[in-house]
Ligand binder design. Structure first.
Ligand code: HEM
Ligand code: HEM
Length: 193
């Protein structure tokens, strides 16, 4: 029930998937909203701190989720899928996992490089230390500008991946009519083909 089998997801993988899906979609919306606010707005500072705090939760969950994935069998894709389609599905999932790390890490590096040196207070509880920024990115201001571009375009790429991912889930459910979506919702749903 807790662990995956070769045919279906266990409770923990399902919980990780939907908790992180909510957090990541929420973070994309919050990031786009807050970066359009005037810097002088008092709400802006609080929203930036919230964005950074939730970003660290996503990073922690991403590490735990990959560790959990490593000690579990991964459910097989439907046997009716052609090899190229399975390849695209694996590539898409790998991309989603990569972005779960790239987004928080580029954000963390970006605020670390900022010449303003604004501290990150995680959920108003403790200060997250800044990371050492690699010297090849140049001085602080140019490193911050590069990392901001990585964070911003990384977010656009993640949005594209999520749209493709959700479209694939819908195609499985409504066109192929297989268990792909149902087995990411219920532990009782195991692949039969
Ligand atoms: C799941 C993780 C994250 C997602 C999906 C995410 C997404 C976004 C998005 C979509 C934007 C708006 C980009 C733009 O239009 O310029 C943004 C901005 C920002 N993010 Fe993140 N972010 C994540 C994690 C983090 C973390 C961990 C930090 C810092 C510790 C961070 C710091 C920032 C900052 C400071 C901005 C504003 C940049 C600016 O406009 O100056 N983010 N983020
Ligand atoms: C909100 C709409 C979403 C739906 C309907 C959905 C649906 C699914 C389904 C059905 C699977 C199982 C695929 C299989 O059986 O092989 C899956 C897997 C996965 N999803 Fe989503 N998903 C959604 C959002 C997201 C988001 C926002 C992310 C992350 C950014 C994400 C990341 C993943 C990853 C990494 C896997 C692979 C899990 C593994 O086998 O290790 N999903 N999703």
């Amino acid at each position: 029930m807790i662990k995956n089998t070769s045919y279906g997801y266990g409770a923990l993988a399902i919980l990780f998937h939907w908790a992180m899906a909510l957090l990541i979609v929420g973070m994309l919306a919050l990031g786009l909203y807050m970066s359009g606010l005037p810097q002088t707005d008092p709400q802006t500072f609080a929203l930036f701190q919230l964005h950074k705090s939730i970003g660290f939760v996503v990073l922690l969950f991403a590490v735990l989720r990959l560790l959990w994935r490593a000690v579990n069998p991964s459910p097989k894709l439907p046997s009716h899928m052609p090899v190229w389609e399975k390849g695209i599905a694996h590539l898409g999932h790998t991309g989603l996992y990569a972005m779960m790390f790239l987004l928080p890490l580029s954000g963390w590096l970006m605020v670390s490089a900022s010449p303003w040196g604004i501290p990150t207070i995680v959920f108003n509880l403790f200060e997250m230390p800044h990371l050492p920024v690699p010297g090849f990115l140049g001085d602080k201001a140019s490193a911050e500008a590069i990392l901001k571009l990585v964070h911003e375009y990384g977010a656009y790429f993640l949005i594209a991946l999520i749209i493709g991912h959700v479209a694939a889930a819908m195609k499985h459910h409504f066109i192929s009519r297989d268990e792909t979506l149902r087995r990411m919702i219920s532990v009782r749903m195991q692949r039969t083909d």
